[in-house]
Write a protein that binds this ligand. Structure first.
Ligand SMILES: C[S@@+](CC[C@H](N)C(=O)[O-])C[C@H]1O[C@@H](n2cnc3c(N)ncnc32)[C@H](O)[C@@H]1O
Length: 265
């Protein structure tokens, strides 16, 4: 079955916070200081920055858990290094459970939205079980709490901004992942969102911006975002100890929505 990530062909046009930021990588580097480089570490998804950093930090056994082999191969070409990795192909909901007590570190960048709300409990329990005792989980999560951004205000803001990669990425973050659009069904449905936005404006600059956003977030995608974080917390890393929690940087379009969590088992 073709999963939508095969449609993601312009990863090089994507910038933080839709991919790891410098500060996030600094936080990861700091928390790995105490981890033995011979122990197994895992990345959920093909996150290029994590794979290059963990290799640079001399970890010997780097696992990549990824369902979409096309995207894995595409991301390989965009990496700095071509080191050996242990590629575990398949859905996290089927693969993680096969690695009980296996990892000293699991890292994740915006994975939660890829997992439907009914499967979140199993997903995070499998992550907990896959960690060794004293193992670390470092996650970046997009959370929502009735602070949805006004569609009208965003259309007003972006109709005066220059068309460039920053504007395209920030419109993508604010409008598709943080606006009132998510309130309807608590999902990001890119087909429906693009049609809705195109029906809400005749402004040529916005209509062009929407076309450009389709390059980085193609039609045909569904993400599970929009449900209040309070409702989701009960299924999130319940048996792990929270070491720290960070907000995103104030200039980030995800400021007030994004959280970085460091847990330990
Ligand atoms: C990690 S998430 C978000 C991307 C992240 N912001 C980044 O910079 O890498 C997307 C990645 O996870 C993979 N993925 C999504 N859902 C998955 C699932 N249920 N099981 C395994 N891999 C999945 C996708 O194919 C893609 O490579």
């Amino acid at each position: 079955m073709l999963d939508s990530w095969s449609l993601m062909n312009n990863w090089n046009l994507i910038i933080p916070p839709s991919r790891p930021s410098e500060r996030q990588l600094e936080l990861l580097k700091e928390l790995t200081a105490c981890i033995d480089r011979r122990l197994n570490v895992a990345i959920l998804g093909s996150t290029i920055e994590f794979r290059d950093l963990l290799y640079e930090l001399n970890f010997q056994n780097i696992y990549v858990f990824e369902r979409n082999e096309d995207f894995y191969n595409l991301s390989k070409k965009q990496r700095i290094y071509n080191n050996e990795e242990i590629f575990v192909q398949g859905d996290w909901l089927e693969t993680l459970e096969k690695y009980p007590n296996h990892f000293a570190l699991i890292v994740s960048d915006l994975t939660s939205g890829n997992i439907s709300y009914i499967h979140r409990k199993k997903f995070y329990l499998d992550i907990e079980n896959a960690l060794l005792n004293e193992g670390h989980f470092f996650d970046k999560v997009l959370t929502h709490s009735n602070n949805f951004l006004s569609i009208d205000k965003l259309l007003n803001k972006y109709k005066t901004l220059p068309l460039n990669l920053v504007t395209i990425n920030y419109f993508n973050c604010e409008m598709l992942f943080c606006s009132e659009l998510l309130m309807e069904k608590e999902i990001v449905n890119t087909d429906y969102f693009f049609r809705k936005l195109e029906s809400l404006t005749t402004n040529q600059r916005i209509l062009r911006l929407i076309e450009l956003v389709k390059l980085i977030t193609p039609p045909g995608f569904i993400w599970f975002y929009g449900k209040h974080w309070i409702e989701l917390q009960s299924d999130y890393c319940k048996n792990l100890i929270k070491i720290s929690e960070y907000e995103d940087e104030i200039q980030s379009p995800y400021y007030g929505f994004l959280k970085f969590f460091h847990f330990k088992k």
